[in-house]
Design a binder for this molecule. Structure first.
Ligand SMILES: [Ca+2]
Length: 364
């Protein structure tokens, strides 16, 4: 073990002595265990972005991958096995490729398009929630697997490259939301809540994920990951799941920019559990749309200019669906069945009962 690696291990050990502390490591300081093609470097980023854009102003940069399937694998030290939420500080650039994150050899989350859609010679930082992972040892193997490149990505100077800024592991509370009185199976729904004013349905699952459905037919379901510390529950939405931003006023060119651009599309609900209800605020990255559907600007969710929205979810009664939820349930049953993710599907099957679901649908 070299000195740098020893220092990283020491820092992680100290952090982990505090219960519930996050582990956050600079990616450029991680030990690289495997790289199947090309070479990697600890790269200073001041030529590509203003100071402070990237943590430590440095990233790990991998170039020279040749074929889909090529990967780079890092060893991420963790002192205690358990469940953690994995968050990556990724780098988006004019010449980067599309990468599938992997943990201990298995795909986690969705492929990440690191092409920025921005100007050449500029790089952008973005934070991506990958999902909840099970750490079984005192480290995890984190790999980034090349899957191809966005057709817009430039081949000069390093086609399909990859950059990673930092890696964060946040312990997922062992008690979990199930502590409020709901049974907690290993994976399926452990609770359902709804917003009386909007008819939005929220289903939280024991595997660390949540799904949300809206009665409005132009709004597609969303999904993400949750964590809990005491009575505070945080829901985060993967950028790829923030489809609600793309309303009908947003032109397709602007929507494309939102997907591939250097924008933080995160939505974060910060909620407090009070007597079985969840109340708090929603902050979302918000596009500003000009006449004609062009993208005029973007306010990230964590920008002081972004306006928090008050939200309040009441528990859904186990027996009879409340009237406010009927349009949402009807929409789920008729137009979105099979497309809304396992949390909503499982909840819907259990809620509606045998009379309303065909045997074919139950067998999905
Ligand atoms: Ca860094």
């Amino acid at each position: 073990m070299d000195m740098r690696c020893a220092l990283v291990t020491l820092a992680v050990t100290i952090l982990s002595l505090q219960a519930g502390a996050q582990v956050r490591i600079e990616a450029e300081k991680l030990e690289v265990l495997r790289v199947t093609a090309g070479g990697h470097e600890d790269q200073e980023m001041l030529d590509f972005a203003p100071a402070g854009t990237f943590s430590g102003d440095r990233i790990v940069h991998w170039m020279g991958q040749e074929n889909p399937g090529d990967l780079i694998e890092f060893k991420v030290p963790v002192s205690k096995p358990g469940k953690y939420r994995l968050t990556l500080g990724i780098v988006k650039s004019w010449d980067y490729g599309i990468y599938q994150p992997m943990v201990d050899g298995k795909d986690v989350g969705r492929p990440l398009d690191l092409y920025s859609g921005g100007p050449e010679e500029k790089s952008f930082a973005a934070k991506v929630d990958i999902g909840t992972i099970e750490v079984k040892r005192e480290h995890v193997l984190l790999a980034m697997r090349y899957t191809g490149s966005n057709p817009e990505s430039k081949s000069d100077p390093n086609p399909g490259g990859m950059g990673l800024d930092w890696v964060m592991l946040t312990p997922v509370g062992g008690s979990g939301i199930g502590d409020v009185g709901q049974p907690t199976p290993a994976a399926g729904p452990i609770g359902a809540w709804y917003e009386k004013s909007t008819g939005v349905l929220l289903v939280i699952s024991g595997n660390g994920t949540w799904t949300m459905a809206h009665p409005d037919r132009s709004t597609t379901p969303r999904a993400g990951n949750w964590s809990q510390q005491g009575g505070a529950v945080t829901l985060r939405c993967h950028p790829a799941g923030v489809t609600q931003l793309w309303n009908r006023q947003i032109g397709s060119a602007a929507a494309q920019k939102l997907v591939t651009g250097p924008y933080d599309l995160s939505m974060v609900w910060t909620l407090q559990m009070q007597g079985g209800s969840l109340s708090g605020t929603l902050r979302a990255g918000t596009p500003r749309i000009a006449d004609g559907g062009a993208l005029a600007g973007f306010v990230p969710y964590n920008d002081p200019r972004s306006t928090p929205i008050k939200v309040s979810f009441a528990p859904v009664p186990r027996t009879t669906p409340p009237a406010e939820l009927q349009p949402t349930i009807e929409k789920l049953r008729t137009t979105e069945r099979g497309q809304v993710g396992s949390g909503l599907e499982d909840w819907l099957s259990g809620f509606i009962g045998d009379g309303d679901v065909s045997s074919d649908e139950r067998g999905r």
